[in-house]
Design a protein around this ligand. Structure first.
Ligand SMILES: NC(=O)c1ccc[n+]([C@@H]2O[C@H](COP(=O)([O-])OP(=O)(O)OC[C@H]3O[C@@H](n4cnc5c(N)ncnc54)[C@H](O)[C@@H]3O)[C@@H](O)[C@H]2O)c1
Ligand SMILES: O=c1ccn([C@@H]2O[C@H](COP(=O)(O)OP(=O)(O)O[C@H]3OC[C@@H](O)[C@H](O)[C@H]3O)[C@@H](O)[C@H]2O)c(=O)[nH]1
Length: 387
C-alpha cells in the first residue's frame, strides 16, 4: 500500500486493527477481501467457519498474510473474546443467525444469537473504550404503515407511509405467535442497548441496517455446500432451483417487495464507516439500493432470464410455482411487505450511493453461481439413479 489513504475530510488514515466477529460469513468474506486488497488495516477474523475466507488465509505467501489472522471460536463460550477485542481498535460484529427459515422454527437460537450472544461484545467494547460497528437489519422496521391502510386510501401513495427512515419510521412487528419477528425483535433490542451504552457510558458505535445485500458466496446451495433440507435466503434458494432446473418457489404468490443491493457496493459503505469514525459514530445507517425494487415474483422472472443468458440453457416452460408460506417455512412465518431505504443520512454523513443495477448484479452473481456449482450439481443429481 504505497499511497496513504485519505478520509472524507482530507486527513491521512492511520492503519488500525479490526476484530471482525462473523468474518467467515457472506458479508465478512467480502469485507475481509476489501480490507486486504485495498487498505493497510489488520484483521483478527473470528468465526466458527473459515471456508469463505480460505482464499485470503492461504498460502502464507499472500501479500497480506501478516495482516489477517483467523481465530476459530464460538462467541457463546470462549474466554478469548475479550482479549481479542482489547487487542483491536475497532470491533465489527456480524455474527448472527440470519436466515428467515430459522426465525420461526428455531426462535430460541435466533433470540440468543442476535441478542444474548451479542451482549458481551457490547459490554467489552464499552468497558474497554473500543469502537463498535454492529450489524443490525432492515427487518427492525418490520411492516410498513402502508400495509395497514385500506386498499383505496390515498395515503398509500405517501412515501412517509412506506419509505423507511432511521430516525423517524416506527418498528412494526406481528403478534408473538408470528415467531418470524423473533429475529427483528432481538436485533431491535440490541440496537437499543448499544444506543443506551452510547448515551449513558459514551460507547462509540455505528449501527448498520443492511437492506438485502446479495452477491457471490451468499449462504449455501442445499446438498452441495449446505444441508440438503436447509432453506437459505432467496438468492440461494432461486439459484439452487435454476441450477437444478426446478421451478422457483414463490412464497404466498411472491407479492412481497424488496430492494436488493450488490454486496460490492455495500462494502464500500462499510469501508467509509470504518475509515471516517467522526462521521459514522453515533449513527444508524440504512445501507441499500432504493432503485432496485422488485416483487419476489419479478426477481424470479429476472433471475430466470439472466440465468438463461449466463448458462446458455433454455428456461423451463413453467419457471415458477406458488407455495404457501406454511408449507415452505412452517407455522409462525410472516413477512415484511416492502422495504425501501431512505438514503439521506448515509448520503449526508458519508456521501455514499449504490451504483449497480439489479440486472448487472444478478448477471455477475449468477455467472459465479453457475461457474461454482453447475458441475457439482450435475454430479449430485446423477448419483441416486447410478447407485
Ligand atoms: N446479508 C444481508 O443482506 C443482511 C441483511 C440484514 C442483516 N444482515 C446482518 O449482517 C450480519 C452478517 O450477515 P451475513 O449475510 O454475512 O450472514 P452469514 O450467516 O453469512 O454470516 C454470519 C457469520 O457469523 C458466524 N457466527 C454466527 N454465530 C457465531 C458465533 N456464536 N460465534 C462465532 N461466529 C458466529 C457464522 O458462522 C457466519 O459465518 C448478520 O448480523 C445479519 O443479521 C445481513
Ligand atoms: O424460495 C424462496 C425463498 C424466499 N422467498 C421470499 O423471498 C423474500 C425474501 O426472502 P429472504 O430469504 O431473502 O429474506 P428476507 O428478505 O425476508 O429477510 C432477510 O432480510 C434481511 C436480513 O436481516 C436477513 O438476511 C433476512 O431476514 C421473502 O418474501 C420470502 O418469502 C420466496 O418466495 N421463495
Amino acid at each position: 500500500m504505497a499511497t496513504t489513504r485519505i478520509d472524507l475530510d482530507g486527513r491521512p488514515i492511520k492503519p488500525i486493527t479490526i476484530c471482525m466477529i462473523g468474518a467467515g460469513g457472506f458479508i465478512g468474506s467480502h469485507l475481509c477481501e476489501k480490507l486486504m486488497s485495498e487498505t493497510p488495516h489488520k484483521v483478527l477474523a473470528l468465526d466458527v467457519y473459515n471456508d469463505k475466507i480460505k482464499h485470503l488465509l492461504e498460502p502464507d505467501s499472500l501479500p497480506w498474510a501478516a495482516r489477517i489472522h483467523f481465530h476459530r471460536l464460538n462467541i457463546k463460550h470462549d474466554s478469548r473474546l475479550e482479549g481479542l477485542i482489547k487487542m483491536a481498535d475497532l470491533t465489527i460484529n456480524l455474527a448472527a443467525i440470519c436466515t428467515p427459515a430459522d426465525y420461526n422454527t428455531r426462535p430460541l437460537d435466533t433470540i440468543y444469537s442476535n441478542f444474548i450472544d451479542a451482549l458481551p461484545v457490547v459490554k467489552y467494547c464499552s468497558e474497554n473504550n473500543k469502537r463498535l460497528i454492529h450489524f443490525s437489519t432492515c427487518e427492525v422496521y418490520g411492516k410498513t404503515i402502508q400495509s395497514f391502510l385500506p386498499k383505496d386510501s390515498p395515503l398509500r401513495q405517501d412515501p412517509a407511509c412506506y419509505v423507511l427512515k432511521e430516525d423517524i419510521s416506527p418498528c412494526i412487528f406481528g403478534s408473538i405467535e408470528k415467531q418470524r419477528w423473533s429475529y427483528a425483535c432481538a436485533k431491535q433490542l440490541i440496537e437499543r442497548l448499544i444506543y443506551a451504552e452510547g448515551a449513558e457510558n459514551g460507547l462509540e458505535f455505528t449501527i448498520v441496517r443492511p437492506f438485502n445485500w446479495i452477491g457471490p458466496r451468499m449462504d449455501f446451495i442445499p446438498g452441495i455446500d449446505g444441508p440438503s433440507e436447509g432453506v437459505p435466503r432467496v438468492l440461494a434458494c432461486f439459484s439452487n432451483n435454476l441450477l437444478r432446473r426446478e421451478p422457483l418457489k414463490l412464497v404466498d404468490g411472491g407479492q412481497s417487495q424488496r430492494t436488493f443491493v450488490y454486496i460490492k457496493d455495500a462494502i464500500e459503505a462499510v469501508l467509509l464507516m470504518i475509515e471516517n469514525p467522526d462521521r459514522a459514530n453515533g449513527h444508524i445507517f440504512n445501507v441499500g439500493n432504493p432503485n432496485n425494487e422488485v416483487t419476489v415474483r419479478q426477481l424470479a422472472e429476472m433471475m430466470t432470464k439472466v440465468y438463461t443468458k449466463v448458462s446458455g440453457e433454455a428456461a423451463l416452460e413453467s419457471p415458477t410455482i406458488d407455495v404457501s408460506s406454511k408449507e415452505f417455512y412452517g407455522e409462525g412465518y410472516d413477512d415484511s411487505d416492502k422495504r425501501i431505504p431512505d438514503m439521506s443520512i448515509i448520503n449526508k454523513q458519508l456521501g455514499w450511493n449504490p451504483k449497480t443495477s439489479l440486472w448487472d448484479l444478478l448477471e455477475s452473481t449468477l455467472t459465479y453461481q453457475h461457474r461454482t456449482y453447475a458441475e457439482a450439481i450435475k454430479k449430485a443429481m446423477v448419483k441416486p439413479t447410478a447407485s
